[in-house]
Design a protein around this ligand. Structure first.
Ligand code: GLA
Length: 389
């Protein structure tokens, strides 16, 4: 939606507010490779995308946080000095968690009027929640003049997801939304947050997201199950060496100590993590060198591993990805995000986008009865101020 229309809506809804208003934008993300490796402090490689969340915000003098979302057509008020934990059951738990994080750092009491609008499909694995959190974090940083750097804001957003929203996610989504750079993917090491930008938009090639439109029903419980399976693997391997995270386990270590993991499921989860980290290491070189063919091969391998070893794909995503991998012009394809539904991503020669979308839509509908959606990816910069009115 056009930003000026949003400003108009804002002034209609909060007509009595005469303070300056600001608009901020935070992108969603799509992960190119390095899936289910962030919470074991491994390597990931997401890009920030053109879809995301816009926030129009202005201070008010009433000591009230007034939230409006154009997506859910809901308007709510929370006293700035309330106990925010009492308001955790609605969409505005995402911004409220950020208010809580600022409160923990000594910034609170101020009232704000806010209007949110997002164009990311929700519950599809493109990080709509992280983009709401990051857009709120950069806005409060500006309006409180708190001068946190972006990585500190990213950490506040992860704190909020883990402790306020209560999801055990890693740091990838917020990091991509905060630190994205147009034209580039971010190769991030989640153990120390060191990162490098890797050129990702190359002439003649496009990344295309496919939304399976399958709701990620069991995602949260299965996600937490994978987190704890990785914890079990780490406890076993710690008996062999002083590992402090599962992603410290190398291929060599896996060969040497893998037999200690007697449970086949736990062994396969470990193998996925170790090999996926290795694939990211190789991807940094291939994508960085513009070797799209080899990078595409790694995307395909990643999907197989997520299907067979990590078991987070499911019928719909497998149907989509396996068809995509046979389409003309496709160099690689895999599920992306948490899985169990949600989205996949393909790397294509640009000339083939139209026939690709056509045959994918038809095939997927015939197999599942679901109408898939496709979005061509444009990379974006991270969360920032856009305009002051
Ligand atoms: C979700 C989580 C991320 C990451 C991915 C899987 O998107 O929010 O932290 O774990 O799943 O790679």
């Amino acid at each position: 939606m056009d930003r000026h229309l949003l400003f108009e809506r804002f002034h209609k809804i909060y007509a009595s507010n005469k303070s300056s208003s600001f608009s901020f934008f935070a992108p969603g993300r799509v992960n190119l490779i390095g899936e289910h490796t962030d919470y074991t402090l491994g390597l990931v490689m997401p890009i920030a995308i053109q879809l995301g969340t816009v926030l129009i915000i202005s201070k008010n003098n009433h000591g009230i946080l007034r939230f409006t979302s154009l997506n859910v057509e809901e308007k709510t008020s929370v006293p700035a000095n309330a106990n925010y934990s009492d308001f955790r059951n609605a969409w505005y738990k995402y911004p409220l968690g950020i208010f809580q994080a600022f409160k923990n750092s000594g910034f609170d009491g101020q009232g704000f009027d806010m209007l949110y609008y997002g164009d990311l499909p929700t519950a599809s694995g493109l990080s709509s929640s992280a983009s709401i959190e990051m857009v709120t974090a950069v806005a409060l940083n500006q309006l409180y003049q708190s001068e946190f750097d972006t990585i500190e804001l990213v950490k506040m957003a992860q704190w909020s997801e883990n402790n306020f929203v209560s999801l055990n996610c890693g740091i990838m989504d917020m990091f991509a939304s905060g630190m994205g750079k147009a034209g580039y993917a971010i190769a991030l090491n989640c153990s120390d947050l060191s990162f490098q930008y890797v050129e990702a938009e190359r002439e003649g090639y496009h990344f295309v997201i496919g939304n399976s439109m399958k709701k990620r029903g069991l995602a949260d419980s299965k996600y937490n199950e994978r987190v704890s399976e990785c914890g079990i693997a780490l406890e076993i391997l710690k008996k062999a060496d002083s590992f402090s995270s599962l992603s410290e386990v190398s291929l060599e270590n896996l060969d040497k100590y893998g037999h200690m993991i007697e449970n086949d499921t736990i062994f396969r989860r470990t193998r996925h993590v170790v090999l996926e980290n290795e694939r990211v290491r190789r991807s940094i070189h291939y994508l960085g060198d513009g070797n799209m063919y080899e990078f595409g091969q790694l995307m395909n391998q990643s999907h197989q591993s997520l299907k067979l070893d990590y078991e987070v794909t499911g019928f719909e995503l497998d149907t989509m990805v396996e068809k995509a991998q046979t389409c003309e012009g496709v160099l690689g394809s895999r599920m992306t995000g948490a899985g169990f539904g949600g989205c996949m991503i393909s790397l294509l020669e640009s000339n083939y986008i139209e026939p690709y979308i056509h045959s994918m839509t038809e095939h997927y509908f015939n197999k599942t009865g679901l109408q898939a959606e496709f979005y061509s990816v444009h990379t974006s910069d991270g969360a920032s101020l856009k305009e002051l009115l």
